[in-house]
Design a protein. Structure first.
Lengths: 449, 244
């Protein structure tokens, strides 16, 4: 079937395997290894090609819980369980998920493989910092338990390892106790980028913080934003509220999103929020997952799909480099619906994890030919300032960009060779960035011979 | 709510059980595969269900039915809902060429359910309340060339339910016929999926709603009622030439 991920670019023809449990997964793995590379896939919520390959091992039916220990806050579940479900069960036990990304529909397996982060990275770190351990099925068919103390290298390689070390079968997560599931939200308006940075720095102790940027604003207003701070409200009512959202039923024509409509959206959103009350208490769903309320919002970008460009730059040069990026984007007349700026805390020990201490900016772009040269230019800026791109969003970064910005790639490759010498696991992305490619090369060599 | 689920590890049953689990329901589960059944028990407990018991049983062998249902009844005491979800999609061509295969398919999808319903009818009559919900299929509405053996066995159950509904009405027992359309589940893993396909989770939502509103026949999702109305209204003289 034709398969793509959330950005709907690129597309590939893939065979999707949906094992019902661990033993079935092992059987499928054995039966299909000769047909091409296999990549584990959760909800398909990564944006580019990190969950695309000739063969896709879906965790769709690995969606059961194994146990919950509410006294110690540890939940054990299959890799295919969504964070939405984990969150509902956590709340049932008066607990909360310590790290939540922008969508609750991602799976636990996917969250580990991409070592996702949330609006509290500056305090809580990323998702894998709360993973007690997981069972990983290796290319040999053997399942091993990985944690900070057991198979430590494999643990640090697999957390953020984009599924290249094997298939996560199930995982134990450490949940967190919170005073309540409602969020006291404070919205602060900032008129330019420097003040956005200042406000984020000043509010470093706020549990959650994120800035929505009007990326089309220029000159003096460049980087004007609304900063949303959040803290758990003291409210003993632990309940899940289901919101009935809006769904985008069909793919809308891509031309509807152009620089004029986006400019209009950005400036009216900015001015609208500016008028609204500055602080309120909201349901966790509306604070963490505003976009989940619009089902299939990726369809708004049209048939050609879109690219999400997320990079991080170290604190020292962040203001300078982000100004440079915003100027480039604005000069190119390319708009982005959602531009989100977030301050990261310290990096963790995982080999290919994205976060490092500094600032991360996320921009959405409709896919069009003229976009790619712009993104290449942005890559230069990011690399020059010691930053890097997020693998879970990426669909185009070059091998050299990747290897320059992820210093542990050699260590990763060495481990990969020892546990998966034939590159049974690999994705379109891992081939592109030079983490797996040898299997193809060998095949080609054979053909030549 | 005290619920008995037969064929509990099927995708639709599992999704439905999960919805009830989050409301704190008490469940008794019957399914064939012991290992998967045990996994499901653990899963539902985490989700908030009270599992009063579980039993692994091959439903196609009607001989064990009575004893199994007695065990379930002993454990649940009263049953608010009995949900029958077992079934298997047979190979149509194989069934056409071999009566043995057809018989097997009709037994699994039709007769074994009738056996369960016979026992349920008694239990529910004496209990004087509750719902019996059975998953049949839109395939039972009309015999189509690609799957009429499956369709015939489901039609058998649907027709049986129509009569049983009347018999149980004076006893305060509600009978629900659930007709799912194309569902993307392990049973249909071999099929290319299109826009008409829906998820087991969506079907499960329809089931929970149908039970609580005491509906008599539901299509899941609802738009299948419209599709089947059209399919049923095609004159036989034309229909005989249709291959879909």
């Amino acid at each position: 079937m034709i398969l793509d991920s959330w950005g709907r670019y690129p597309q590939t023809i893939a065979t999707v395997l949906e094992p019902l449990d661990g033993p079935a997964l092992r059987r499928l793995l054995k039966a299909h290894t000769s047909e091409g590379k296999i990549i584990p896939r959760g909800a398909g919520r990564s944006y580019g090609d990190s969950a695309l390959a000739e063969l896709v091992m879906s965790s769709r039916f690995l969606d059961g819980f194994l146990s919950v220990d509410s006294d110690n806050g540890i939940i054990h579940c299959g890799a295919g369980v969504s964070l939405d479900t984990v969150l509902r069960i956590a709340i049932l036990n008066q607990l909360f998920v310590p790290v939540l990304p922008g969508s609750k529909f991602v799976t636990v397996g996917g969250a580990i493989a991409a070592d996702v982060h949330g609006k509290n990275h500056h305090i809580a770190g990323s998702f894998c910092d709360h993973v007690v351990g997981f069972n990983l099925l290796l290319s040999s068919g053997e399942a091993v338990y990985c944690s900070e103390s057991e198979n430590t290298d494999l643990f640090h390689a697999s957390c953020g390892g984009m599924g290249l070390t094997g298939v996560i079968l199930d995982a134990k997560l450490k949940l967190q106790s919170v005073p309540g599931v409602f969020i006291n939200r404070q919205s602060i308006v900032s008129e330019n980028l420097a003040s956005t940075f200042e406000i984020l720095e000043e509010n470093n102790t706020s549990t959650y913080s994120v800035a929505w940027l009007d990326c089309l604003a220029q000159d003096k207003s460049l980087g004007r934003s609304i900063i949303f701070l959040g803290n758990h409200a003291n409210n003993p009512k632990f309940e899940t509220k289901i919101r009935r959202g809006f769904n985008v039923p069909v793919t809308t024509p891509g031309f509807l999103l152009n620089k004029y409509s986006m400019g209009l959206f950005n400036s009216s959103y900015f001015n609208f929020k500016k008028l609204l009350h500055k602080s309120d208490t909201v349901n966790y769903n509306s604070y963490f997952f505003p976009l989940d309320n619009i089902g299939n919002w990726n369809r708004l970008y049209g048939r050609d799909g879109f690219l999400q460009y997320q990079f991080v730059v170290p604190s020292e040069t962040a203001l300078k480099s982000i100004t440079e990026v915003l100027k480039k984007v604005s000069a190119a007349g390319k708009g982005s619906f959602l531009s989100v700026l977030k301050k990261f805390g310290k990096a963790n020990k995982n080999w290919l994890s994205f976060p490092l201490e500094g600032y991360t900016l996320t921009l959405d772009f409709k896919r069009e030919k003229s976009l790619f040269p712009l993104l290449d230019k942005l890559d230069e800026i990011v690399l020059r300032h010691g930053g890097r791109l997020y693998l879970a969003k990426d669909a185009r970064m070059t091998e050299s960009t990747f290897k320059q910005s992820y210093p542990n790639w050699e260590k990763f490759l060495e481990l990969k060779k020892s546990i998966d010498p034939e590159n049974i696991f690999g994705s379109l992305q891992s081939d592109r960035v030079g983490l797996t490619g040898e299997k193809d090369r060998k095949k080609k060599d054979r053909k030549k011979a | 709510m005290r619920i008995l689920i037969i064929g509990a590890t099927s995708a639709i049953a599992k999704a439905t059980a999960r919805l009830y689990a989050e409301t704190g329901a008490e469940l008794f589960l019957i399914a064939r595969n012991e290992a998967r059944l045990e996994q499901l028990v653990a899963d539902l407990e985490v989700r908030g269900a009270k599992i009063s018991g579980h039993l692994s049983l091959d439903i196609s062998k009607t001989i064990g039915h009575k004893k199994a249902l007695e065990t379930a009844l002993n454990s649940l005491e009263k049953i608010d809902l009995a949900l029958i979800c077992h079934g298997d999609l047979p190979d149509q061509a194989a069934c056409e060429n071999s009566f043995k295969m057809a018989q097997k398919a009709i037994n699994v999808n039709g007769l074994s359910t009738i056996s369960l319903l016979t026992i349920f009818a008694d239990t529910f009559k004496s209990q004087g309340f509750g719902s019996i919900a059975v998953i049949t299929s839109v395939a039972g509405d009309r015999g189509r060339q690609p799957n009429f053996v499956y369709g015939a066995s489901k039609a058998l159950v649907s027709t049986y339910l129509q009569g049983l509904r009347g018999v149980l009405l004076p006893h305060g027992v509600h009978v629900l016929d659930i007709k799912p359309g194309l569902v993307d589940s392990p049973m249909t893993a071999e099929f290319e999926k299109g826009p008409l396909w829906s998820s087991p989770e969506l079907v499960a939502k329809s089931i929970v709603k149908g039970v609580s509103k005491k509906r008599l026949v539901i299509y899941a999702p609802g738009y299948w009622r419209l599709i089947m109305m059209v399919v049923v209204s095609i004159p036989e003289i034309i229909f005989q030439r249709l291959k879909f």
